[in-house]
Design a protein around this ligand. Structure first.
Ligand code: IMP
Ligand code: MG
Length: 182
């Protein structure tokens, strides 16, 4: 699998250090409250698992599954909720945990969708931010790393459902993408 990688953008050590910092910042910001962390599946599952272990709050967690991408590397623009929350979020501090903020279409939709349920607040945490590709005017409150306009995989992020288990974030060799392009 690592033979398919052209370059490593963010190492395992860099991720570990940054996730610790983010966990500390969130613990400080929400001290005294019991926020609900919402992981956006599937991409955020590894980030979420590492992040919450660095959060010292009495928090709860839930997951949503949304899809906006097919098997290629470009967005279709449409967002579909495949799995909704099990908990009521009215009056709660909600922290959305996402793998990457790309066009912003997914998170814009998700924030609007959750806002209708009257949470006390919504905070957006994303491991990666790719501002060059933004279509919707949305900013994350916490960003792990800014990445260039390249399709990245690893640490939860996939290409055609593969490479999520790489412990670092990297870019695949061009021939891997072109073999699968829609
Ligand atoms: P959006 O374009 O901001 O709506 O991003 C939607 C979703 O597309 C993200 O949550 C990711 O799951 C996926 N995505 C966007 N860019 C990348 C990438 O570079 N690698 C892997 N997945 C990506
Ligand atoms: Mg995602």
């Amino acid at each position: 699998m690592t033979n398919d990688i052209m370059k490593v953008l963010i190492t395992e050590e860099q991720i570990e250090r940054r996730v610790k910092e983010l966990g500390r910042e969130l613990s400080d910001k929400f001290e005294g409250s019991e926020p609900l962390f919402i992981g956006v599946l599937k991409g955020s599952f590894i980030f979420m698992a590492d992040l919450i272990r660095n959060v010292s709050l009495k928090c709860s967690m839930d997951f949503m599954a949304v899809s906006s991408y097919g098997n290629g590397t470009t967005t279709s623009g449409a967002v579909k909720i495949n799995k909704d929350l099990n908990e009521d979020i009215a009056g709660r501090h909600v922290i959305i945990v996402e793998d990457i903020l790309d066009s912003g279409v997914t998170l814009t939709y998700l924030c609007g969708y959750l806002q209708n349920r009257k949470p006390e607040s919504i905070t957006l945490v994303t491991l990666l931010d790719k501002p060059a590709r933004r279509k919707a005017p949305i900013k994350a409150d916490y960003v792990g790393f800014e990445v260039p306009d390249e399709f990245v995989v690893g640490y939860g992020l996939d290409f055609a459902e593969k490479y999520r288990n790489l412990p670092f974030v990297g870019v695949l060799k061009p021939e891997i993408y072109s073999d699968c392009e829609e």
